[in-house]
Design a protein. Structure first.
Length: 163
């Protein structure tokens, strides 16, 4: 049986190989990292920070505070700011006006949050001159998206899951 350390190293090696085989990014790329403060995005941040050393990547952390969970949302923001500081990375934080957007467009809160999150993330990436934007999701996120799309009566494109 593998130790936790060995399992972690094996996972990092697989992720590294996957990214190199598919040329997900190039040496000296600029990357905007969408960091929510959850485990997926924190692991992604750590992965890119490790890659940055050898590949001379320019990394920019971006956090969107949706303000939907009150103090918890603010705690996530503080955590991401500290995390970026720990890694020595610039951090852009944006407040999303999700409830106002949902009301204005007649869409649900989740849809409005996603729309606003990507709008702000892309705005930040462009302002920093990033060629790439990285987000972190796991298979449960994708399965949930497909299920929600099916319930909404999606077309074939919606069956692909997270865009």
């Amino acid at each position: 049986m593998q130790s936790k350390r060995q399992a972690t190293l094996n996972a990092w090696n697989r992720i590294n190989s996957f990214s190199r085989e598919r040329c997900l990014f190039r040496d000296r790329d600029s990357v905007a990292l969408a960091v929510s403060g959850g485990p997926d995005s924190v692991v992604m941040l750590d992965f890119f920070a490790r890659q940055a050393r050898g590949r001379r990547l320019k990394l920019y952390v971006c956090h969107i505070n949706h303000g939907l969970r009150g103090r918890e949302s603010d705690a996530d923001e503080r955590f991401v700011r500290r995390l970026a500081e720990t890694y020595g990375l610039p951090c852009g934080v944006f407040k999303a006006r999700v409830k106002a957007l949902a009301k204005k467009t007649g869409s649900g809160t989740e849809h409005a949050a996603r729309t606003e999150r990507y709008r702000l993330l892309l705005k930040y990436a462009r302002a920093k001159g990033c060629r790439l934007v990285a987000t972190a999701h796991h298979s449960d996120d994708n399965a949930e998206t497909v299920l929600l799309n099916l319930l909404r009566g999606t077309r074939a494109r919606g069956l692909a899951g997270i865009p």
